[in-house]
Design a protein around this ligand. Structure first.
Ligand SMILES: N[C@@H](CCC(=O)N[C@@H](CS)C(=O)NCC(=O)O)C(=O)O
Length: 228
């Protein structure tokens, strides 16, 4: 009975890692959009639990998130999200990963743009501007300036695209938009670089719309609740 959806819909999946991690929060947002039951399993990264031999058995690169559903283990947040969308296709928000090959191709294209073009400069900025100060690591002004410039160019492309369609892959919110939430959240709300988004009319409208979805508001609540 592999792949029996009713079973999958009621058996919680396991997500390992803290909601403060951008990659973990991407998966949480997707699970919430799909109404998929999950258990969040803490991984104490400060203590190096993500590098322990037991953890490496489920995430061989020693990163978060790791994901388990019945007999499978997965890593890479975007791949996990695609799996969740397919596995829970008939529940939650059905349009998240499209319903036909043409729409899916457009969603995949923009998920790739997020991973290949948006994420590299935005992740470096999130590290430099948010996590380095918390970890008492010295910030590198050159890295910050170079990546502000790179991200600006990427967001110029987004500005044009979002002048043509309401969301990245078309007129519906999809996984492509969702994938941007984690890094954008830190940049807009946790740094002085929010203008990168807010000063671009279409990007600002898009950000406002995607960041106020119930699923993302729940993730932000989880990020702000102290661990039990
Ligand atoms: N491409 C991976 C990135 C995973 C990743 O970089 N996770 C970070 C936290 S957001 C991590 O585990 N960092 C600790 C390390 O690399 O040792 C994904 O999307 O899942």
């Amino acid at each position: 009975m592999a792949g029996a959806t009713p079973m999958a819909a009621t058996t919680p999946v396991n997500v390992y890692g803290p909601p403060l991690s951008t990659a973990v929060s991407r998966v949480l947002a997707c699970l919430l959009e799909k109404d998929a039951p999950f258990q969040l399993i803490p991984v104490n990264m400060a203590k190096g639990e993500h590098k322990s031999p037991d953890y490496l058995k489920i995430q061989p690169f020693g990163q978060v998130p790791a994901f388990q559903d019945q007999s499978i283990n997965l890593f890479e947040s975007r791949a996990i999200c695609r799996y969740v969308c397919d596995q829970y296709a008939s529940q939650g928000y059905r349009g998240l990963y499209g319903t036909n090959p043409l729409v899916k191709a457009s969603i995949d294209q923009w998920i790739e743009a997020e991973g290949q073009s948006f994420s590299p400069p935005s992740s470096l900025l999130v590290f430099q501007l948010v996590f380095a100060p918390r970890m008492k690591i010295k910030q590198d002004e050159n890295v910050i300036n170079q990546n502000v410039e790179k991200l600006s160019k990427v967001l110029d492309v987004y500005e044009k695209r979002l002048g043509e369609s309401r969301f990245l892959a078309g007129d519906e919110f999809t996984l492509a938009d969702l994938s941007h939430l984690p890094n954008a959240q830190y940049l807009v709300n946790g740094t002085d670089k929010g203008e990168l988004f807010n000063a671009r009319k279409n990007v600002a409208r898009w950000w406002d719309e995607i960041s106020t979805r119930d699923s993302w508001k729940k993730v932000v609540e989880m990020q702000n609740s102290p661990p039990a």
